[in-house]
Write a protein that binds this ligand. Sequence first.
Ligand code: PHB
Length: 391
Amino acid sequence: MRHRRFIAGCLAAAVLALAGGSAAAQDTIKIGVVIPMTGTSGAVGREIAGATKLYMAQHSDTVAGKKIELIIRDDASVPDNAKRIAQEMIVNDKVSFLGAGLTPSAMAMAPVATEGKVPTVVMVSGTSVVTERSPYYVRTSFTLGQQSGIIADWAIKNGSKKAVSILSDWAPGAEAGKVFEASFTKGGGQVLDTLKVPLANPDFSPFLQRAHDLQPDTLFVFVPAGQAGTFARQFAERGLDKSGIKLVGPGDITDDDDLPTTGDSLLGVVTAGIYSAAHPSQLNKDYAAAYQKATGHRANFISVGGYDGMNLIYEALKRTGGNTDADTVIGAMKGMQWESPRGTISIDPRTRDIVQNVYIRKVQNVGGEPWAIESETFPAVKDPLKEAAAN
Ligand code: PHB
């Protein structure tokens, strides 16, 4: 009897010790971000790392009485890596939040986030379906659909009739092309051909030549972050900047990270985008200056996904009083609205997707460098593919 009581006592002590251990661990909240820091999309990782660290430097590493620890790991754009790293972060590092990057990696991580019940901020992916892959996914980046329908309407309004699409050959490219074509043809235009360029180490020249030969009045192009500089160079080498063919696209093709190196080749190009480093709010002027100082680069549309992702986590923790329970956190995130360097943004409570302004911007030389200068604002744009599916 006494022996049994002794064992029971030992067990109780062990349970208490365990509980005490996890309570102590709870004083630190870990955020594990899985992004490409190397390879073709290495720029994306550099931008997200720069912006998330900047947010913490500006807003302290303590929120709701908890210390925040940011862990950033490189998946080299390989989805299997992303999945394994996310698992390791949950099991070994005991992260309370995950940050997801490119579409294929975000897709691969989704079951892990769901099973582990870890709220995950999608900081980069621009493909509509990603947020539907886990009830714990919330997006602070953008969708290609948000921008591609608006630029199609702009092109039609400005006289475009015959377009050729050049698309990076993966999910966001397919989505950009699909939404552009739907709006462009609805407006009476015709897409003569859709040309798909390999994602890795792209050579745009043969595709630009083929597009030129088809004699369109408009070229709709999507290349992902990190490729706008190469694209601009090959576009100019083929003489397309002087061909009279109008180049349009989502904001990705006039990426602020690349614009300073593109000389005159993209001047006059009009895009529908979610962020320009030249956005004229005071908040953005401060953000762009701080980002430039901290990283040595111009702030771009990828960086704000990381910066706002951190804000979403910080503000959710304030609302939950530091509680990291996944359902409680997601509940706090739904419907949240705040001022971002890109303008007012919010989280659609129905879809957990981002609602944000989309701007018409034209590349212009200001102070000796090309910038995407905004001229028109489409406020509070939702992901059109989710809206279409719901109606
Ligand atoms: C994506 O992962 O979906 C993605 C990445 C970079 C872009 C656009 C989309 O510029």
